[in-house]
Design a protein around this ligand. Structure first.
Ligand code: ANZ
Ligand code: ZN
Length: 829
């Protein structure tokens, strides 16, 4: 064995060996306890980044740890391979998205292999493989049959830069999640998945996922945004159908003094009284529509509106209420109409002040003090309270009044209790090329016709030239586009929209259970064995996108009979970001550290160790080259510990006795078992690899100490060997290459990965105590209890620190301390 640690000499060697031995390939076996461990699969952008390295290292440690604990572990890897960057890159580099994508996959697979991750590569697939997306097209057809996939016209988020529609989940603060450019509203025909059909179940289960971080569940609950409230109908002054509003504050109805409609509200065009008003409104509506929806509801937005010239009637006060069009009302929520209560809603308050509309106070704090009369109000009183000026409801609390007023209206068919959700159906149409074609055909005679199942897959043509402006080449690709109608055999055209790539990532985890299956999308038997995913690991940025879509998809697949579970991911770990110089490591910040360079300089094990040691997984990880060097130095120290004592260690089997040992060996024995316990619990219960590693470091220190102090008795060799093997076993999930090499150097024939995880002995943890006599100048002055086998140094300290002894020493100078281990300390002053 080399005297010094050279990762290059061992890493590739063991990677190849593990691969040849197929150590990580798994098969469903009902006799074994299964564990499905999954990290979010990457987009093949070209190279992996440190965020990937961290995510996948965390997953790999858990996978290797659980295998040693006897689990049948499924740990697959694949590629989320459709999506726009491929198109943009292909246009720039004058290549084809398919070539760009598969080249990247080849490169990145090599990178992952260089890190020694223990994936079952036999299950690898890319979502742009026809053998994958063909099944997604089948799901689409089945969803279409069930009304869960439908085409509708809607205002959608349009990103001009990316030339595509975005889902609500993909718009962040009014900007495209991918290119950060402003998103505008555009009315378009779109395909939708009816996620709202599952809204109650999706919400319900957020309270039944104890293995998920609270933060993610809260984000999903907010996104679903369930509101209990009332629908109230306000008759038009001129008769005809009234205006329906949704409100959570029916208790404020007596204070509703005007009505606000969304610019897109269908009534707007009808009720403008004069041509002047109509022009003013049209101009206003156009302006308002340009603004992004999320901005329109933001608190900071300048409230603006235009009077329509019409009035409706407050169903309680019977007073006339002017109808306005207002920029802060959105069509997509509730009914697109809001009863305005300026005294109790801040937006309405600002609006009323601006346009001189009446403000009427109808809620006061419970003690009936506090809020000034309407004229001198400076802001709305938005809290619940007690009703005033509200007819027979005056004196009621807000909570009671909401029910009572709604019930009274219900009696007159002017209102009812209802529930609203913020969640909208999932728009899945993308006007892009590099995606799974939507299996639909349009025929002049028959209309919209689904592609028959037998005609699947609808293969994305690859012999197309990319258009320089970034628009999809599919609409102009006649070979693809022109087809015959499956119903009437007449000429027809294909849908040229492709599916959102989030559709692919909504079920890939199930396909990993049976990636080679060709008789259908999912082999029920294997899927039932492996799923749900026991532990999922990935970034928090997917909290409402991928993680919500996947939950929805699994429920749909369940209802179609493909799977037997309600939820896809039992436990979720969201790891923090990788930070450098105070900012997230990213290309745009120019602070990227390339994993390849780090592996080249230090070896994969060091990179892995640093990622694990620098911080617990949920926290951000601060990249530091010194930290990386420190990790390397530790591994080198472990290496020397074995290399420099190899003959000594190889001469005896590991100690397996009950701890009947001389003091210093007993200490090492105890430390060994303490370390096993600590590492096991830190990994198993908390994924706190950093503290686990710190514990191993302590054990290594202790081993060095014992090596220094101890002769080469048979017993010491055995205890040392046990301690050294413990170090190797405990670090083997984290730094598998060096662990494997050292393990073999000790003479083992079998891979360290096939070893059972070490167990600790409770008995070894126990510290026996010994009574020690303490003398000062030869006279008995105190007795202290210390752990048996305490070192001389520890005894000396314990004796000098003892309270009684301190009194005897007083201010005198300690000349000498004589220690008789396990018996006596004499302090000479
Ligand atoms: C009258 C009222 C009085 C309201 C009051 C609030 C306070 P959540 O909790 O989010 O469901 N609203 C309803 N539809 C809207 C739309 N399409 N665009 C903008 N705002 C809309 O919010 C429900 C409240 O949001 C509703 O209750 C309504 O204003 C407003 F003192 O109705 B409220
Ligand atoms: Zn037809």
């Amino acid at each position: 064995m080399d005297a010094k640690y050279f990762p290059k000499n061992i890493e590739k060697k063991w990677q190849d060996h593990w691969h040849r031995e197929r150590l990580f390939e798994t098969r469903a076996d009902p006799a074994l306890k299964k564990f499905y461990l999954l990290e979010m699969f990457p987009y093949p952008s070209g190279r992996i980044h440190m965020g990937h390295v961290r995510n996948y290292t965390i997953g790999d440690v858990v996978a290797r740890f659980l295998r040693m604990q006897g689990y049948n572990v499924l740990h697959p890897m694949g590629w989320d391979a459709f999506g726009m960057p491929a198109e943009n890159a292909a246009i720039k580099a004058k290549t084809h998205p398919a070539k760009w994508t598969y080249d990247n996959i080849d490169y990145m697979r090599g990178q992952l292999q260089k890190l020694g991750f223990s994936y079952d590569w036999s299950r690898e697939f890319a979502t742009c493989d026809v053998s994958y997306y063909r099944w997604e097209q089948l799901f689409f057809l089945k969803m279409y049959e069930r009304g869960l996939a439908y085409k509708g016209s809607a205002y959608v988020n349009w990103c001009g830069t990316c030339q595509t529609v975005l889902a609500n989940e993909q718009v962040e603060g009014g900007a495209c999640w991918r290119c950060d450019q402003p998103v505008v509203q555009k009315e378009m025909e779109q395909w939708f998945f009816k996620i709202t059909a599952y809204v109650e179940e999706l919400l319900d289960y957020t309270f039944k996922l104890p293995g998920w971080p609270e933060r993610v569940l809260a984000m999903q609950q907010n996104w679903i945004g369930k509101s209990l409230g009332s629908e109230i109908i306000f008759p038009m002054e001129s008769g005809g159908a009234g205006i329906k509003v949704f409100t959570t504050r029916a208790d404020t109805l007596f204070g509703a003094t005007f009505m606000s409609l969304a610019p897109e509200h269908p009534l707007v065009a009808e009720i403008c009284r004069t041509a002047v008003q109509r022009d003013a409104i049209e101009a206003f509506v156009e302006r308002a529509k340009q603004a992004q929806r999320s901005d329109r509801t933001a608190d900071l937005l300048e409230k603006e509106g235009v009077f329509t010239g019409s009035y409706c009637i407050n169903p309680m006060t019977q007073e006339k209420m002017p109808i306005y069009v207002a920029n802060f009302v959105v069509m997509e929520y509730g009914t697109g109409a809001v009863m305005a209560v300026p005294a109790h809603d801040q937006r309405d308050f600002e609006f009323a002040r601006k346009y001189g509309l009446p403000i009427k106070v109808v809620i006061k704090p419970e003690d009936l003090t506090g809020i000034p009369p309407a004229e001198s109000l400076t802001e709305a009183y938005e809290e619940d309270g007690v009703l005033v000026d509200s007819g027979t409801f005056s004196g009621m609390t807000s909570a009671r009044a909401r029910e009572a007023i709604t019930a009274a209206l219900a009696g007159r068919e002017q209102g009812r209790q209802t529930v609203q959700y913020r969640l909208r159906d999932w728009g899945i149409s993308r006007q892009r090329y590099w995606g799974a074609p939507i299996p639909i055909i349009y025929c002049d005679q028959c209309g919209t016709v689904p592609v028959p199942e037998a005609d699947l897959p609808v293969v994305l043509p690859t012999d197309v030239a990319m258009l320089p402006n970034g628009a999809s080449p599919l609409p102009v690709c006649e070979a693809f586009n022109r087809t015959v109608c499956p119903q009437c055999a007449g000429p027809a055209r294909r849908e040229t929209d492709t599916m959102d790539t989030f559709v692919e990532s909504s079920w890939y985890f199930a396909r990993f259970a049976c990636a080679d299956y060709t008789a259908g999308p999912l082999d029920k038997e294997r899927v039932d064995y492996w799923l749900p995913v026991d532990q999922y690991i990935g970034g928090i940025e997917h909290a409402v996108l991928h993680l919500l879509y996947s939950r929805f998809f699994v429920k749909v697949l369940r209802d179609m009979g493909y799977v037997d579970m309600d939820e896809p991911f039992l436990n979720l770990l969201t790891q923090g970001m990788v930070i450098k110089d105070g900012a997230k490591m990213s290309k745009s910040k120019g602070n990227v550290v390339d994993p390849d360079e780090m592996i080249e300089a230090y070896g994969a094990d060091t990179v892995r160790l640093f990622c694990l040691f620098a911080s617990p997984p949920e926290r951000d990880l601060d990249w530091s080259e010194q930290g990386v060097e420190g990790s390397f130095r530790f591994l080198a120290r472990v290496w020397r510990m074995v290399a420099e004592n190899l003959d000594h260690l190889r001469a005896a089997p590991a100690y397996a006795g009950n701890g009947d040992l001389p003091a210093d060996l007993l200490e090492l024995h105890r430390k060994t078992h303490q370390t096993i316990k600590k590492v096991t619990e830190d990994i198993r219960d908390r994924f706190h690899f950093n503290t686990a590693i710190a514990a191993v470091m302590e054990l290594v220190n202790q081993i060095y100490q014992t090596l220094e102090n101890n002769g080469k008795s048979g017993e010491s060799r055995r205890v040392l060997r046990k301690a050294v093997e413990t170090v190797i076993l405990c670090i083997s999930p984290m730094v598998p290459h060096i662990a494997e090499e050292l393990w073999r150097c000790l003479g083992h024939q079998e891979s360290v990965m096939k070893m059972p995880w070490p167990a600790w002995s409770e008995q070894a943890l126990k510290t026996e105590e010994t009574l020690i006599v303490v003398q000062v100048n030869g006279k008995l002055r105190s007795r202290i209890t210390v752990p048996s086998g305490a070192t001389e140094e520890a005894l000396r300290r314990a004796a000098v620190d003892d309270g009684k002894i301190q009194d005897f020493i007083g201010g005198k100078k300690v000349k000498k301390v004589v220690v008789v281990p396990n018996k006596l300390v004499n302090i000479v002053v």
